[in-house]
Write a protein that binds this ligand. Structure first.
Ligand code: C2E
Ligand code: MG
Ligand code: MG
Ligand code: MG
Length: 283
């Protein structure tokens, strides 16, 4: 009230601009879906003990006519607010499954699932259809969800996750440590894997508190029988430290950037041990 009319008008205009900006992105996103303007890039996840690629994460990008390749942080939330995440997420899932069907059978494909997608009925059916259409075995697929999925409709969510697990699909808890979920959630939900967020691994060399968090998260996950991934590993020294904590897998620019399908396929072929396919191995 102290601001008087001007303050209110300013606030109103800022609101309008924000709504309009979001609306423009929404129209662009809708058109991009029609124009086939989205791309999936793939980033390797390595097994710490062997150093070999054990999984690949699918990460969506938007090939924008004027702006070039646009990252998901700039459009996922608008897609979620407008419901466009459902067709976009389904497209990513189907594309990634088709691609993964061409890879060596021990390599899993990890796909991010938005809480909005998760809440809609029909996710389970569309996952089953995507696997079937790509002829991909369910145990090749890993769904990455975030803590916010867990905060509502607990019982329904637990049962959906169990449905996935009973098919052999793995469930990873992404960005572990960034949300508000209590540690108790780890025992309530059937996770196969937790991914320790990069904000903790980033400063692991310089900050004792980050080291302590990575250590206890790894110990907790491992004691519950889960795989534990350290995200955001960019340097050898970081890897050396998280290795000591018992983390089983690592992901980050040290092992590879997210790249188009053809590049990850070549990388996977080169990553095969020479004796894997006999004479048909390396060429
Ligand atoms: P995320 O699932 O945690 O994915 C990991 C993010 O960290 C990716 O960012 C990846 O490029 C980045 N990253 C990997 N290694 C490093 C590293 O060593 N250093 C640094 N600084 N960053 C690293 P990206 O591709 O921009 O994706 C951001 C987020 O957008 C993802 O975080 C995920 O939450 C969301 N996202 C991406 N693709 C999809 C999708 O298809 N569906 C949904 N619902 N969300 C998606
Ligand atoms: Mg992820
Ligand atoms: Mg993450
Ligand atoms: Mg993230």
């Amino acid at each position: 009230k102290a601001k008087g009319r001007d303050g209110f008008v300013f606030y109103d205009r800022a609101m309008t601009e924000e709504v309009e900006a979001r609306h423009r992105v929404e129209i662009d996103l809708r058109q991009a879906l029609l124009d086939d303007a989205f791309r999936v890039h793939y980033q390797p996840i390595v097994d710490v003990a062997s150093g070999r690629i054990c999984a690949v994460e699918a990460l969506v990008r938007w090939q924008h006519a004027a702006r070039g390749l646009v990252g998901p942080r700039e459009f996922i939330s608008v897609a979620e607010q407008t419901g466009l995440i459902a067709p976009l997420g389904e497209w990513v899932l189907r594309t990634a499954c088709v691609e993964a069907a061409r890879w060596p059978a021990h390599v899993k494909i990890a796909v991010n699932v938005s809480p909005v997608q998760f809440r809609r009925p029909g996710l389970f059916d569309s996952v089953v259809r995507a696997l079937h259409d790509a002829a991909l075995a369910p145990d090749r697929l890993e769904l990455e969800i975030t803590e916010s999925v867990l905060l509502d409709h607990e019982e329904r969510n637990v049962s959906v996750l169990h449905q996935f697990r009973s098919l052999g699909i793995a469930i990873a808890l992404d960005d572990f440590g960034t949300g508000y979920a209590s540690l108790g959630y780890l025992t309530m939900f059937p996770f196969s894997k937790i991914k320790i967020d990069q904000r903790f691994t980033r400063d692991v060399m310089t900050r004792a508190d980050c080291g302590a968090i990575v250590c206890s998260a790894a110990a907790l996950g491992l004691s519950l029988g889960m795989a534990v991934v350290a995200e955001g590993i960019e340097a050898r020294e970081q890897l050396d430290i998280v290795r000591i904590t018992g983390v089983t897998q690592a992901q980050g620019f040290l092992f590879g950037y997210p790249v188009p399908a053809a590049e990850i396929e070549a990388r996977l072929a080169a990553d095969e041990p020479a004796d894997a396919n006999g004479a048909a191995g390396r060429s």
